[in-house]
Write a protein that binds this ligand. Structure first.
Ligand code: HEC
Length: 297
């Protein structure tokens, strides 16, 4: 179930209270000491924790050059535990690009709409306008593109590949697949759809360190061979190259209506944008409510 995503205010007022009371340094020493103790004998994988000096801004008037820089030496500087909904304030210490909140904070991540690490990025970094996100999606998917699709049967997930063609006007995808495959049977059982196309840096290929992906979440509708849309769709999108007679016997088409598309691009961070950008399908235009009645909510 979706939680209210409007509530972006930090829920923990404690750090701020302490700071106002001039106790920030105590908090600092406390958290750092605890973290250092808990990591004491943890072995080679854990970096040593060196507390940076407490934020000087506490009682003093706002420093000219803004909040202090921490972690520039690559060492973790622990902050208080936070919820994934909390947004860092303007007085939050600055830290080098590329760090995640969870590296310095214990974050109570969850699986709902607002509690994931990706949403935490979206909450704390800028969102592109919807049209700009859509343009990038279109750019990333110029033709017939290969996606990894997830389906499940009796709770057991299966990841398979599908070719998807984007209809830029209707903002839907078309997929042609062999009739009777496991993935198709599972999609019929549950038309909730999720697929991702990913590209980017690999150890073997090297090159620029950029990771890009497009995740399509929505609903699939089967267009079987008996459907009047079947042949026109095959032709319009040049979906297959075999004869109509064979195609009709062999394939099913899926029409996927995305509810949400998640664009991921690591290079967005350098401009202060969230690497996760959420495109949402605009609500379908509603018919005018009947005269003389106020639409109920
Ligand atoms: C390099 C370590 C580091 C990273 C990364 C980091 N924080 Fe913090 N954060 C701290 C420290 C240290 C404090 C305590 C600062 C203080 O009390 O002056 C803090 C304080 C906070 C606070 C309370 C005070 C405030 O500024 O609002 C919030 C909320 C917070 N962090 C959220 C976040 C979120 C969200 C992210 C990721 C987008 C994040 N932090 C990333 C170290 C970090």
């Amino acid at each position: 179930m979706r939680q209210d995503s409007d509530d972006r205010r930090p829920r923990h007022a404690l750090p701020r209270l302490l700071r106002t009371a001039g106790l920030a340094s105590l908090l600092w020493l406390g958290t750092s000491a605890t973290a250092a103790a808990s990591q004491g004998s943890a072995g080679t994988a854990v970096q040593s924790v060196t507390p940076s000096p407490p934020a000087p801004a506490a009682a003093a008037p706002a420093a000219v050059d803004g909040p202090p820089m921490i972690a520039a030496d690559g060492k973790i500087v622990p902050g208080p535990p936070i919820t994934p909904q909390q947004v860092k304030s303007a007085r939050h210490p600055r830290y080098p690009a590329g760090w995640t909140c969870a590296e310095c904070h214990d974050v109570s991540f969850g699986v709902d709409f607002v509690s994931s690490a990706s949403r935490q990025y979206a909450n704390n970094f800028a969102a592109l306008p919807q049209e700009a996100i859509w343009e990038r999606i279109v750019q990333f998917l110029p033709g017939r593109e290969r996606f990894a699709m997830a389906t499940a049967h009796e709770g057991r997930p299966v990841a398979t590949t599908v070719d998807m063609v984007l209809d830029k006007e209707e903002k839907v995808f078309y997929i042609v697949s062999e009739k009777g495959t496991e993935k198709l049977m599972q999609l019929k059982e549950n038309p909730q759809f999720s697929a991702v196309r990913a590209d980017g840096w690999t150890v073997a290929a090297g090159g620029a360190r950029q990771w890009v992906s497009v995740q399509v979440n929505g609903e699939a509708e089967l267009i079987g061979a008996q459907d009047p849309r079947f042949l026109p769709t095959l032709e319009k999108y040049s979906l297959v190259r075999i004869s109509k007679e064979r195609a009709v016997r062999r394939f099913d088409i899926q029409r996927v209506t995305p509810r949400e598309i998640v664009l991921f691009d690591t290079t967005l961070l350098k401009d202060g944008q969230s690497p996760y950008q959420y495109w949402n399908r605009p609500a379908a235009p509603r018919e005018a409510p009947p005269q003389g009645r106020t639409p109920g909510r």
